[in-house]
Design a protein around this ligand. Structure first.
Ligand code: UDP
Length: 336
């Protein structure tokens, strides 16, 4: 049976492109809208190499509500997966207006287009950043939402609030996925992460250091209250994360609830040093690293309780830290 058409905003980005692959492999027809602000057209070729299908693509900013409506109608869109958003924490502190405009107004524009065209289902990319430093670990979806540390984090919080309010009207069904730390790349190495400039995130910084693009990795603090003193995060392979979106479509189609929020992680925390060691071991590489000062705004530790997603979405992360560091390195190697 032919499955439905899914609008994927930001479908050429890191998580978006992996989700497009999983959608195609599950029989859906993705329609990508992306303005190439933080992605490359070449990602389309990567998707095609993996799936043998060239997905429909529009180079469009989602703030353009009228054209979005035309696309939604033309392709008889059934459900939207919304990735298109800025995501750099530091940049958001320097340019908050741009972040609020792009991320919050972008969502509103999309929701208006959906309402006009009678599309009633959306899957939203949220983040564990909404929990801040949770006092109880692992963190469940019921943990309190703390005041955001950055404008970026605040846009995620505000967007969840907007979605909750719209869902309450009964006109929209929402699944909000709170990602923990997405990392790795497709196992084929045809698609992966393309950080612009100096990476902020740990895994791309590690792979660029190993490739000689960066001189050394600085580990931000080793005096935290953890096993080896470095921070703990829940790193999730991007392919597992992509699959959670496909499962969310099944859920939203078969469930009556107006809005459901899910943690998407592995349930296991790793320290920065554990990630470095795993990278060295799996890839037989010695990494040049040093211990530096704490990075301001970093929380000490967080990892997910994923029981809700395991049960209601029938989804569970399958891949490990070892898969993440191997796939990330394979991807880095074909970039050079
Ligand atoms: N980190 C680090 N050096 C880097 C980049 C990150 O030690 O060059 C640490 C950072 O302090 C945090 C972890 O790696 O403890 C994950 O950081 P990332 O920026 O990837 O994700 P987030 O802070 O959003 O969880």
């Amino acid at each position: 049976m032919k499955k439905s058409n899914i609008l994927v905003t930001g479908g050429l980005g890191f998580i978006g492109s992996h989700t497009v692959v999983e959608l195609i492999e599950d029989g859906y027809i993705p329609v990508i809208v992306d303005n190439l602000n933080n992605s490359e057209l070449s990602v389309l070729t990567g998707i095609e190499k993996i799936t043998k299908i060239k997905p429909i693509f529009y180079n469009l900013n989602i703030l353009n509500t009228n054209i979005l409506e035309e696309i939604i109608i033309q392709h008889q869109i059934d459900c939207v997966i919304h990735f298109a958003a800025h995501k750099a924490v530091g940049e958001s502190v320097e340019n908050p207006l741009e972040y609020y405009y792009n991320n919050v107004s972008g969502l509103i524009s999309l929701l208006k287009a959906m309402e006009k065209c009678n599309v009633k289902k959306i899957i939203f990319s949220s983040s564990c950043t909404v929990y801040g430093q949770a006092s109880q670990l692992p963190v469940t979806e019921n943990n309190p939402i703390l005041k955001a540390e950055s404008p970026y984090g605040n846009t995620k919080k505000i967007c969840e609030e907007i979605l909750t309010d719209v869902a309450k009207t009964g006109k929209l069904k929402v699944v909000s996925l709170r990602y923990f730390n997405p990392a790795g790349a497709h196992k084929s190495a045809f698609i992966g992460e393309l950080p612009k400039g100096i990476p902020n995130n740990l895994i791309p910084f590690i792979t660029q250091t190993a490739a000689g693009i960066r001189h050394s990795l600085t580990i931000f603090g080793d005096d935290y209250n953890t096993l080896d003193g470095t921070c703990i995060r829940d790193y999730i392979h991007v392919t597992d994360l992509a699959k959670a979106h496909v499962k969310s479509i099944n859920f939203i189609n078969s469930n009556e609830s107006e809005i459901e929020v899910f943690n998407i992680g592995t349930g296991k925390g790793s320290t920065v040093l554990e990630i470095v060691k795993a990278f060295e071991k799996e890839n037989s590489i010695k990494l040049n690293y040093k211990i530096g000062n704490r990075r301001s705004g970093d929380i000490e530790k967080i990892w997910a309780d994923c029981k809700k997603a395991n049960t209601l979405l029938n989804w569970k992360a399958q891949l490990t830290i070892e898969n993440i560091v191997k796939d990330a390195w394979k991807w880095q190697n074909q970039l050079i």
